[in-house]
Design a binder for this molecule. Structure first.
Ligand code: MN
Length: 295
């Protein structure tokens, strides 16, 4: 099932090029702040599923191009991110720009990206005007947690996955704290919707691709991940209670590179979806922290 946020935090199920509004099944107050309807929907999904299926069969639907898709999870408890999760990317960081020191996710753990950096498939990536710094795209498979938990076992890990989405981990290259470099507003596009785990199927060999202005920059397969999806859940839940709607960005493959205003960034993940994002110039975001060379 493909589940989207649209038109002011409404919840819909996408079938082909149509969307069925099922907001009322999970969220009595769509449009209220904070926008936690999708988190509640994910939490209740197993119980709601028969009603959702019936609603899709019986309710009128809208053409997908008549609605505005939004970030599918707008108010998660956290966005967890795995660094350096493909060997080829680690190599490029060692030998390429040299802006970050080499390490591997298997010995490095994870970090957090600000929840407020999340944006949706129709939102542009707004790059701040930081002279002398590159802002890079990282194409990543996002894992959306279903049932929460702490200290989840490897054997049970995939039972805690609600679904998957495309995610771009946008970052200012440099040596400053990673949270600051990765947490500008719109630095975490997520979408275009969530595909439930049953529909994605086995995740050991999923193709990912990212292009900028039609030129392919990143191409990889999840079989080349260093830390696989079950282990990400084991590792994160060893430390923190996972909650429904939590997002795990699974790390980028090789081919990261700069984006600039005017670019169109396209991300495509097999069995998950694709979206194209405009890159635009922001007029805020300067700070003296950036007033030094990146390296
Ligand atoms: Mn990343």
């Amino acid at each position: 099932m493909k589940i989207a946020s649209f038109d002011g935090s409404r919840i819909g199920v996408i079938t082909g090029d149509r969307i069925t509004d099922i907001t009322d099944l999970a969220d009595p107050n769509p449009g209220m702040w904070p926008p936690v309807g999708m988190v509640r929907f994910i939490d209740a999904f197993d119980k709601l599923r028969p009603q959702v299926v019936k609603a899709v069969e019986t309710r009128p639907s809208k053409a997908l191009d008549q609605v505005r898709l939004e970030c599918p999870v707008q108010w998660p408890n956290k966005v967890i991110a795995i660094p350096a999760n493909y060997d080829a990317h680690i190599e490029e960081m060692k030998t390429g720009t040299g802006l970050i020191s080499p390490f591997r996710a298997s010995g490095q753990g994870f970090f957090l990206k600000s929840n407020s950096s999340l944006s949706g498939p129709a939102d542009p990536i707004v790059v701040p005007p930081i002279p002398g710094r590159e802002i890079h795209h990282e194409s990543e498979l996002a894992i959306i947690i279903g049932e929460g938990g702490r200290n989840i076992s490897r054997a049970d890990a995939l039972n805690h996955v609600f679904g998957y989405a495309c995610l771009i981990d946008v970052v200012v290259r440099g040596k400053e704290e990673r949270v600051m470099r990765k947490s500008y507003d719109t630095f975490c596009p997520l979408g275009p919707y969530i595909v439930t785990a049953d529909e994605v199927g086995p995740t050991e060999a999923i193709d990912l691709e990212l292009s900028v202005d039609g030129v392919i920059k990143q191409q990889a397969n999840t079989r080349n991940m260093i830390v696989d999806i079950p282990e990400m859940i084991v590792m994160a839940s060893a430390v923190m209670t996972l909650y429904p709607g939590d997002i795990i960005a699974s790390g980028t493959p090789a081919g990261v590179g700069p984006i600039a205003p005017g670019n169109k960034v396209h991300i495509k993940i097999q069995n998950v979806g694709e979206m194209t994002l405009d890159v635009v110039a922001g007029d805020v975001g300067m700070h003296p922290v950036w007033d030094k060379p990146a390296g």
